[in-house]
Design a protein around this ligand. Structure first.
Ligand code: IPE
Ligand code: IPE
Ligand code: MG
Ligand code: MG
Ligand code: MG
Length: 305
């Protein structure tokens, strides 16, 4: 199968699509972030440092893939994708702070609090989060105003105490403890899964999807959200700092309960594969327009960084 030339063509087509979206997001974020020399320059420089030139842009890719399924206008999808990526970038800046994971390396560069200072890193997170919501208010993203308000709500829920921020709280409280599998799943679904799921929802909301594909998409987003953090746990254990661009092996050093500490490496890997199967099953009836979502399921689970 790996030697089948068709597989290679499909793979290189996906790589090209991914490269185009990543470049598009880089340029859109560069335009939408405040210029580096606008006062207060230190904060704006740090916001740009935290957001630009780095990261796989998985969440924007999911927004675009779901937007494609929904026949959405790319200019709308681009704004929604930037909003989700800004929330993600903010979450990384705060996640790395000494009061949280105390990391010094992110996306192959010193973390924001190391390059700037802790107070600036705190404000970078605050300002990136506000900018995300400003974008959703500044641009027309859905035909119906009500649908656009729903998008704001979906992102707010995913970022807040019943989403990412809540999951991060559970993460902090769980450090040094062993969690049961349901507890671990609850934590991961919140700290990482919620924003991934929202990326799919927002992309689809930029276009038109009926109730049935909408629930299939949500099933896909839920499976991918959990799979993403399972793979992150596996890579932390199994990869190197050079490959990841962030410090490897820190979960076990910091006593974080992960899928690897709870299930062991082989079973954690197997679970990521099962979640990929579940995500692909959710897309079964959706036809050719779900192609990028399928390819992203493979990318997210099979990635090496
Ligand atoms: C890392 O996310 C943090 C988690 C939520 C697991 P990514 O692996 O998407 O980080 P970047 O954006 O590619 O740097
Ligand atoms: C972070 O999870 C999830 C976020 C909400 C940022 P991790 O703490 O495992 O992410 P990394 O490994 O530092 O990227
Ligand atoms: Mg963390
Ligand atoms: Mg971390
Ligand atoms: Mg991690």
């Amino acid at each position: 199968m790996r030697n089948d030339p068709t597989v290679k063509i499909i793979e290189s087509d996906f790589q090209a699509w991914m490269g185009d979206i990543q470049a598009r997001i880089e340029s859109a974020l560069g335009r939408l972030l405040p210029p580096a020399h606008t006062a207060p320059a230190r904060l704006h420089q740090a916001m740009r440092y935290a957001t630009l030139e780095g990261g796989k842009r998985v969440r924007p890719l999911l927004v675009f893939a779901a937007g494609e399924l929904a026949g959405a206008a790319p200019e709308r999808v681009e704004v929604a994708a930037c909003a989700v990526e800004l929330i993600h970038a903010y979450s990384l800046v705060h996640d790395d702070l000494p009061c949280m994971d105390n990391d010094v390396l992110r996306r192959g560069k010193p973390t924001v609090h190391v390059e700037f200072d802790q107070a600036t890193a705190l404000l970078v997170g605050d300002a990136l989060q506000s900018l995300a919501f400003q974008l959703l208010a500044d641009h027309r993203l859905a035909d119906e105003p009500r649908a656009q308000v729903e998008m704001v709500k979906a992102l707010a829920l995913a970022a807040g105490s019943r989403g990412m921020a809540g999951g991060q709280q559970i993460d902090l409280e769980s450090t040094g403890k062993a969690l049961t599998l349901p507890e671990l799943e609850f934590m991961h679904i919140h700290k990482t899964g919620a924003l991934i799921r929202a990326a799919v929802t927002l992309g689809a909301a930029c276009g038109q999807v009926d109730a049935h594909p909408k629930s299939s998409l949500d099933r896909y987003g839920k499976a991918m959200g959990l799979a993403f953090q399972v793979v992150d746990d596996v890579l932390d254990y199994d990869s190197s700092t050079g490959t990841l661009g962030k410090t490897a092996g820190k979960d076990s050093r910091q006593g974080k309960p992960t899928y690897v500490s709870t299930l062991g490496l082989p079973r954690a890997r197997e679970l990521a594969g099962e979640l990929r199967t579940e995500a692909l099953a959710a897309l079964e009836d959706l036809g050719a327009s779900a192609r990028r979502l399928r390819e992203l399921a493979d990318f997210i689970v099979l990635r090496k960084f």
